[in-house]
Design a protein around this ligand. Structure first.
Ligand code: THU
Length: 160
């Protein structure tokens, strides 16, 4: 038996420490929470993706009475970006959540399915997606979803 060590690092920024571009993307994600359709969880999530040419595409969670039929904000934004602007790589994705009358204090980490979809987007365009996970008490920043998904299943995993 041998053991491997998997280490992930994230930077944590106070809102005032963030660059203007980052704040702009976070504000778009916060705004997108208003278009969330979350009658079941009441947990309103917004995501904003910045594409290579600077276009910003937003999405929000869209729920359904058959719970698994709904989808998360991150996937809404990414699939829309890829469907509408297939030639543009996705460079950055900001996520924010509004719950019980306020934005959450802690950043909302993307769910497992969204991490896998973000990984697929990185693979599709051959470049990392920088993530900005907003919380009122701090924003987590990672340069790639790989920091949140250290063992990755990709197309390459099927070539062995
Ligand atoms: N949700 C997101 O949209 N993104 C996340 O990162 C976590 C969870 C949504 C799914 C569901 O509509 C609600 O939040 C509660 O899980």
């Amino acid at each position: 038996m041998k053991e491997i060590e998997i280490i992930s690092k994230a930077q944590v920024y106070g809102y005032d420490e963030l660059a203007g571009n980052d704040r702009e993307l976070i504000e778009k994600a916060k705004e997108a929470t208003r278009n969330s359709y979350a009658p079941y969880s009441k947990f309103c999530v917004g995501a904003a993706a910045r594409l290579a040419d600077g276009t910003i595409v937003t999405g929000s969670n869209q729920e359904n009475a058959a719970f698994p039929s709904g989808t998360c904000a991150e996937r809404t934004a990414l699939f829309y970006a890829n469907a509408r602007y297939p030639e543009q790589s996705v460079r950055e994705l900001a996520v924010a959540a509004f719950n019980r009358g306020k934005f959450t204090s802690s950043p909302i980490p993307p769910c497992g399915a969204c991490r896998q979809v973000i990984l697929g987007v990185e693979e599709r365009y051959g470049c990392p997606v920088r993530l900005l996970l907003y919380g009122e008490d701090g924003t987590y920043v990672v340069d790639s979803v790989k920091a949140l998904l250290p063992l990755q299943f990709t197309g390459e995993s099927m070539t062995e």
